[in-house]
Design a protein around this ligand. Sequence first.
Ligand code: FES
Ligand SMILES: [Fe+2]
Length: 388
Amino acid sequence: MSDLDIRSSRIPQDLADDLALCRAPAGEASTLPPACYTDPEVHALEEAVIFRRGWVGVGRSDTWQANGDFRTFEFGGVPIVVVRDGDGRLRAFANSCSHRSARIMEGEGTCARMRCRFHFWTYGLDGRLVGAPSMQRTSRFDAGDHGLPEFTLEERHGFVLVSLEDEPPAIDGWLGDFGDLHADWPLSDLVTTRRREFTVGCNWKAFAEVFNEYYHLPYVHPDSIDGTYDDPDDPDQVDGAFATQFGTTVGTGGLLDDTQDRALPAVPGLTGRPTTGVRYTWLYPNLIVALGQEALWMYEVYPDGPDRCRCAQVVCFPKATIDGPDFDDRVGDYYERFDLALAEDIPMLVQQHAGLRSPFARQGRYSYLEPSVAAFADWYAGRLLSVS
Ligand code: FES
Ligand SMILES: [Fe+2]
């Protein structure tokens, strides 16, 4: 759906009415309409309004270490390649060839140039077309006219964000007081020790939601992590495209209930309340970040149609911890905790999606343990309603 289509289309009135019920705090609001999780037309609207406008997170800066490191993405219906160029700068390009539009790069890796495997048009790490065989008889062909379109990319607090808009909103306004609310953690300095991708058979929003609510812990994680988490604080009032909530833990949120005695050191310099729990933050639309006393763990989530999402689990520690004794032995306990909780969540998400697909599914209400889910729904509904 082009921006022209968005302007000329209207959200059906019944969907607009349902979305309006989401524009309230958790205690007053209804959950998002089930159609938002399953309907291909809502999905197309979402691609245009949520993913081709504003800013979308693509993960942590340090996962592109060397010049030439690249990783491909697709969101908003747009194949994208993010690459560290010859000067060490991260850049985002349209991953469609300027010849006859084949997707150029696949997956991730390291490259000296980006070469389309169809007819070998070849692009530099700056997106310029630097090679195009057998084009010498083509009149008025100027390679300078056929580089890859570039998108705006910004890095803040160690996170990478891309906007597909010609004139994106100011990134610092988009993030608002995100920096202030996370100032206790040295976010930019944390080092990624693990990034792994997987797909889940549920809508991308449901995947993000389950990491931002405490309601399901006793029922889905009774023997793994529920015993660690106390009832959370009230959610922070924020100014920006995110929701955040801190909660204390018994021991650390980064380990299972039964490996609590194997904690790694706290983040150097972290003091006071942040050393006693976990801050869960949803940077809209698609980054979910947990800040514990000794680690950052997060998920990137990208829609793959309404019924599936591509996800990446990312874990980061301070360099001092990584360099410390026994890190390689002890980090495994952290990965085990993240993987086990995820393995408990995923079947529930698939089961939730099966229920959401019913034509008889309808909007529900929130517990006080789901304020960040309600805050996202409010933001999302506002973005969709802005086109109607
Ligand atoms: S489509 Fe890429 S070189 Fe032809
Ligand atoms: Fe969970």
